[in-house]
Design a protein around this ligand. Structure first.
Ligand code: CP3
Length: 343
């Protein structure tokens, strides 16, 4: 088993595994070169090019995992929704989903027919990836996908999403149920094609109270983890301080921690019977190296050498991050060891 898989299973590792959300993207000059000639969706539709973009960060950064290059909207585009991915803005829908009738547009996903290019990309990446590097697949979680579908675009406050949740609980339940089934089918197909770990991105779920999370979200996210059986999984969200234990209850072999809480406190909140991933503030990497070094060491010291820590950022890399800081950070994580008597 490679380092990342060992950490997912709470087993000791020779070095802390490290990868970064958004590692395949604009931080890399070789990605920007590909992107100049192809938009994001065009890249995902060409398996050879998509496999190349998935592998770029492994070569350049020395990370312990590749993450499938795709977007969280990929399976929804696969079932026929019209979604544009706008630079600097994210996914945009010309006709958002807000009524019972709209929800019926979300048919079941048949991965081999609807997203064959994703399955093919996974096969190509696995052929080229050395066994010590893990391949991570992913899907958007029902709440985060619902937020894009209902708002029609990115949002700060999620008013339309919450209004639907409170005023039409049945429509909300049907929407979440369909999204959960889509994500489950999508992730199972990724595992069957060769991904070794899957990450469920619930990036925006931290806007909910714990009560609302448990009532309106948790059953649907739980259904996805149940459908995954024994496949290792990472359950990620941001701003999740108060709902971390509720997210852990929904499932995931590993729970993502953002940067707001110190890693040891976040881990205690999740429970030490579970692995964690995190949690450097990605913005720290915009500063000078000595600051990065101090902050990264602090994360590692708080992990204390306990088995089950995957080093990552609290959220995705900012596109303007200096490459040198990222490369040095990977080296620091791999060479870190606790002073004698600690850990
Ligand atoms: O390296 C990786 O992490 C793998 C690829 C990946 C992308 N999107 C490619 C992408 C992953 C895992 C995602 C998931 C995704 N997409 C999420 C969940 C993760 C998170 O950040 O919370 C969300 C919310 C989206 C929706 C989305 N797509 C947004 C908000 C944006 C940013 C808009 C922008 O231009 O900055 C996108 C576009 C997107 N998806 C890019 C990339 C590399 C931007 C770069 C480009 O257009 O080439």
């Amino acid at each position: 088993m490679n380092r990342l898989l060992r950490a997912c299973a709470l087993q000791p590792v020779d070095r802390t595994p490290v990868w970064f959300m958004r590692q395949a993207g604009r931080v890399l000059p070789e990605y920007r070169a590909v992107r100049q000639k192809n938009d994001l969706l065009a890249i995902t539709h060409q398996p050879e090019l998509c496999a190349e973009v998935t592998l770029q960060p492994v070569r350049r950064l020395g990370v312990d995992a590749a993450i499938l290059f795709a977007d969280i909207m990929t399976p929804l585009i696969g079932i026929g929704l019209e979604v544009d991915i706008i630079e600097h803005a994210g996914p945009v829908l010309s006709s958002p989903i807000r009524t019972a009738e709209d929800v019926r547009r979300l048919r079941a996903l048949e991965p081999e027919q609807d997203v064959p290019f994703v399955i093919e990309t996974i096969r190509l990446v696995r052929q080229q990836l050395p066994p010590e590097i893990a391949l991570i697949g992913f899907a958007g979680a029902p709440f985060t996908l619902a937020s894009y579908l209902v708002e029609g675009k990115s949002s700060r406050t999620f008013d339309k999403t919450k209004r639907l949740m409170y005023t039409e609980p049945d429509v909300w339940g049907e929407l979440m149920s369909r999204l959960a089934d889509i994500a489950a089918a999508y992730l199972r197909a990724q595992v069957a094609a060769g991904v070794q770990v899957v990450q469920l991105f619930d990036s925006w779920v931290g806007c909910l109270s714990s009560d609302d999370y448990c009532r309106y979200v948790q059953p649907y996210s739980r259904r996805i983890f149940e459908a995954l059986g024994d496949a290792p999984s990472i359950h990620f969200g941001t701003d999740t301080g108060w709902i971390l234990p509720d997210m852990a209850q929904a499932g995931g072999s590993v729970i993502g921690l953002d940067w707001r809480a110190p890693l040891d406190q976040g881990w205690a909140c999740v429970g030490h019977d579970r692995a964690v991933q995190g949690n450097l503030d990605p913005a720290v990497l915009l500063g000078p190296w000595p600051e990065v070094e101090v902050a990264a060491r602090r994360v590692l010291e708080r992990a204390g050498g306990r088995p089950g820590h995957i080093f990552n950022l609290g959220h995705g890399l900012h596109p303007e991050t200096p490459l040198d800081n990222i490369v040095r950070l990977v080296e620091l994580v791999h060479n870190f060891s606790l002073p004698p008597g600690e850990g």
